[in-house]
Design a protein around this ligand. Sequence first.
Ligand code: UT7
Length: 323
Amino acid sequence: MYTHIVGTGSAVPARVVTNDDLSKIVDTSDEWIVSHTGIRQRHIVSAEENASTLGCTAAKRALEDAGIAPEEIGTIIVTSTTPDYAVYPSTACVIQGMLGAVNAAAFDVSAACPGFVYGLTIAKGLMQIDDRPVLVISTEIMSRTINWSDRNTCCLFGDGAGAVVLKNSDVPGGLGFHLIGADGTGALAIHREGGVRTEETARNAPGDLKMDGRAVFNFAVRSFCDIISKTFENYGWTEKDITWIVPHQANTRIIDAAVKRINVPVEKFYVNIDRFANTSSASIPIALDEMVKKGLIKTGDRMIFAAFGAGLVYGGVAVEWTK
Ligand code: UT7
């Protein structure tokens, strides 16, 4: 039994905020942001949008692409660092209701930026015991978690959602090698309060995202290299076998640093951070959907999704495209 991606979809808010727009509210410039991150603009939600509305739109598009009705879905897995509700109900349950996916179990996964990769891995395991299709939705409203007067973080993030439909079949290919891991000693390198860890955090508003950018940068480069070299080592692929690496879109300099350490040409990395910034766990499925829509992926292409983020966590999935 093999697990395949049979549909993709994405959704981003209509409103675009450019680097020049940001330079009017904080001491920054288009030149600094582009040269340090590769980002030129980001999409930002309106007051009416949130993780479930964007996630639902992306999911509907993925279902339509797959030709699968909501009632056929066995499980909905949502990954988000910006859920509609702090703990419950899960955003997956909210979206299940919106979609009318009446036969689906629904739950959220907390794995920050690698959430999509974790979601695919959990889905594949689950599909060994429940053969029905699974919807993995990654949806993020980063703009509501950042301090818009902090130039260190406000230029880095954007909002958006991406989704895939997974289906089992006897056709070889699809989701192959999976690698997920964590280093909890770096738990505070990116964090946001709001949990019930103490009386104070339980009663106060969550506050803004806080990040030690340099520490995350170093972890990110290490993780990228590990994911790719371990996939080659354990799965038998070489650089020549793969058409694409679809990285978590956090910073083009992280990709450049990884390229210097591994034997994969930079042209094989698909990058769209210039237009969407870092949309956390949504970044890989948004990129994937864009690649599909542009006709950049053909049957038989081999690719690796690679991500890192708060936790600290990392994850990679090797995929042979069969759609
Ligand atoms: O999904 C995971 C999420 N996180 C990441 O992926 C973050 C990974 N880290 C990074 O991408 C980089 O560390 C950053 C882009 C966050 C920062 O780049 P950097 O080259 O490490 O800059 P820095 O933090 O060392 O700051 C250098 C200078 C500082 O000024 P001083 O103290 O040297 O005077 C910053 O205040 O750049 C300044 N700076 C800015 N200047 C203009 C920081 N942000 C800005 C800005 N515009 N937006």
